[in-house]
Design a protein around this ligand. Structure first.
Ligand SMILES: Nc1ncnc2c1ncn2[C@@H]1O[C@H](COP(=O)(O)OP(=O)(O)OP(=O)(O)O)[C@@H](O)[C@H]1O
Ligand SMILES: [Mg+2]
Length: 251
């Protein structure tokens, strides 16, 4: 399954993406995590030592363009995860990390080429049953404008129970409807109680698939620069529940 996390800046996309990667690994999945944020952070949360040394996916542009025109050296068939060139990946125990890497020049503007690379890669990639791709999208809605999200099986819209993030979530839900995407779910974060959850549901007209609590363990790990894969507390439990629910919705 191909899963993308979207939502307003700072709502917890990277945190929940990392927690989901952990729960998928625990279930025996091979996981490819793609950090599509221009200020990449996911690698650290997944406990990779030097994610900044990775060759960004944006440099795969030529490779993919070549494939689009003719049968290039790497892509004689639609690739499987293990066919992707090693230099774009960090690998550890069933987990692979890629970064889109769109460190744009100041005033440089458009992220179109990076979004195109990502969309092509996501469309071409063929997954086996116990394989998952988890994409941590850039905050906001640009990837909807560029239809980067279309190849995904699941769109998970992360929101906290306050108006700012709910407004962005509402916008994303509308854009996803326009793109006729089917498996689009709301994921609550920093949800304290059933009242918070009811507020999300009332505002968006959609009940969160799962809701993560405000978790001091998450905050502490982030501050200490530790991997979220080691967490054992309530967030881990909700991430497991999220995997179960994604499986029941199939892909
Ligand atoms: N459930 C939670 N409990 C406690 N802290 C959390 C929780 N979720 C996120 N945080 C903290 O909130 C901050 C923002 O989270 P995160 O980086 O995951 O958000 P984001 O949506 O990826 O942000 P950005 O849009 O900047 O990429 C982090 O410091 C993180 O540790
Ligand atoms: Mg993030």
């Amino acid at each position: 399954m191909k899963i993308a996390f979207c939502g307003k800046g700072g709502v917890g996309k990277s945190t929940i993406a990392a927690l989901l990667c952990g729960a998928l690994l625990e279930e025996g999945y091979q996981v490819l995590a793609i950090d599509a944020d221009p200020s990449p952070h996911l690698g650290r949360l997944l406990g990779f030592e030097d994610p900044e040394k990775l060759t960004p996916l944006s440099e795969m542009r030529d490779l993919l363009a070549e494939r689009a025109q003719k049968q290039g050296p790497y892509y004689t068939l639609n690739p499987r995860i293990e066919d992707l060139p090693e230099r774009f990946m960090l690998t550890r125990d069933g987990l692979r990390l890629m970064v889109l890497g769109a460190i744009r020049e100041a005033g440089g503007g458009c992220a179109c080429p990076e979004q195109t690379v990502l969309r092509r890669l996501l469309s071409y990639l063929i997954l086996r049953a116990q394989e998952a791709v988890v994409v941590d999208m850039e905050a906001g809605v640009e990837h909807f404008g560029r239809a980067t999200v279309v190849p995904m099986d699941f769109i998970l819209v992360v929101t906290q129970p306050y108006r700012g993030s709910l407004e962005t979530a509402r916008q994303i839900l509308r854009l996803a409807r326009e793109l006729k995407m089917e498996r689009v779910f709301v994921v609550g974060n920093a949800v304290r109680d059933s009242e918070d959850e009811a507020f999300i549901e009332a505002t968006l007209g959609k009940r969160p698939l799962v809701s993560f609590p405000e978790d001091p363990e998450v905050l502490q790990a982030e501050r200490a620069g530790e991997s979220l894969l080691e967490l054992k507390g309530p967030s881990r439990e909700v991430a497991r529940e999220l995997v179960r629910k994604l499986k029941t919705h199939g892909s």
